[in-house]
Design a protein around this ligand. Structure first.
Ligand SMILES: [Zn+2]
Length: 359
């Protein structure tokens, strides 16, 4: 078997929870390319095996799959979520405005807020979402409440400013959006759908005030996810990885607002699983990091067996990288994430195991 085929088999084994008969059925029917539609078809052929049935409730809180359409998730916000944390007005803001234009509806002068270098320090929550803290000199602003840029004409949203049209001060020229033409076309055709989602959330103009309330920030990341869903359908590299990360940030915002974070984390897990199965990573170490995040999400849902399966996959990957003499930095990254996972496992009885910094 070629190396690529082995790699594909390994992914299918994870996907079908080590049911080799499902992997064999997949390969004989669909060949050596992973496609989620085909995966579903094989699952349907093996009712009650592998991922096809939900785990019994006794194993822990149920994880629910991500909805087929990103606009289906509408949160009920509590009163804290509707507030914007206050800041010390005597201190300097860590944010500074960058004006961008929209590549979809051509609206110009959209308010985007960049973070001043070294103005905030960051820690991570257990799922590697960033928790911002002041370094003392600047206002303490949770950048998650400010980091997503949204067009008020068509609801294009992204925490990556390069998705918009940027003015480059050095060349004194506009720099085009990095979004591929196919994605731009699709975004133009779906403006009404995003408008309908905006109305459904009831968030109103709060979405465009920066810093936002927790609720508005959650909706802002949902709009970013709606964009990334279009990227995923267009097979843009890294789209599922981005979606997973948007949802771990939504989960963190839910926790910071005193809301339940389980739905957001199970959606994150679904996107990270897709990223892993499709090997959808711009850099290899992001795959190791993703396995580490999945390990933590499964632990959170008390699914220790699944969690350990992912660590085992990472250990196997590490061994294979050593065997085929992969670049030393790639091997080091695999070892680092595996070590972190093992340490987490050993630490699992620590009462602070799930502590989010600042909460
Ligand atoms: Zn627009």
């Amino acid at each position: 078997m070629s190396e690529d085929n082995q790699e594909m088999r390994r992914r299918l084994m994870v996907l079908f929870k080590n049911h080799a008969e499902m992997v064999d059925a997949y390969i004989s029917k669909f060949g050596m390319e992973i496609n989620m539609k085909n995966v579903q078809a094989i699952r349907a052929e093996f009712p009650g095996v592998g991922d096809a049935i939900p785990a019994p409730a006794a194993e822990g809180t149920e994880m629910e799959p991500a909805p087929k359409d990103a606009t289906e998730v509408v949160f009920k916000f509590n009163s804290k979520a509707l507030t914007t944390p206050s800041v010390d007005p005597t201190l300097e803001s860590p944010l500074y405005p960058r004006i961008v234009d929209c590549p979809i509806c051509k609206k110009w002068g959209i308010n985007s807020q960049e973070l001043r270098a070294k103005s905030l320090s960051t820690l991570s929550d257990p799922f590697l979402a960033p928790v911002y803290a002041t370094t003392g000199k600047f206002q303490s602003i949770n950048y998650l409440l400010a980091g997503v840029t949204i067009c008020h004409g068509c609801y294009l949203a992204s925490p990556d400013r390069k998705d918009f049209v940027l003015y480059n001060r050095t060349t004194r020229q506009n720099q085009d959006s990095q979004l591929p033409p196919q994605v731009i076309r699709e975004l133009k055709e779906t403006i009404e759908k995003r408008k309908a989602f905006f109305d459904k959330t009831g968030i109103g103009e709060e979405l465009f005030k920066i810093p936002r309330s927790y609720a508005a920030a959650i909706v802002a990341y949902q709009f970013a996810d709606i964009r990334a869903e279009i990227e995923a359908n267009a097979k843009v590299l890294g789209a599922y990885y981005k979606r997973g990360n948007y949802w771990t940030r939504i989960a963190l915002l839910c926790r910071q607002a005193g809301m339940d974070d389980k739905r957001a984390l199970s959606i994150a897990a679904d996107h990270f699983k897709n990223a892993f199965m499709l090997s959808d990573f711009p850099k290899m170490d992001l795959e190791f990091q993703t396995i580490y995040i999945l390990f933590n999400i499964f632990m959170y849902f008390d699914k220790q067996k699944d969690a350990r399966d992912y660590l085992a996959v990472l250990d196997k990957t590490r061994q294979e990288l050593e065997k085929k003499d992969a670049p030393p930095e790639v091997q080091a990254a695999a070892r680092k994430w595996l070590e972190m996972g093992k340490n987490r496992w050993d630490d699992r009885d620590n009462p602070n195991f799930w502590k989010t910094p600042g909460l």
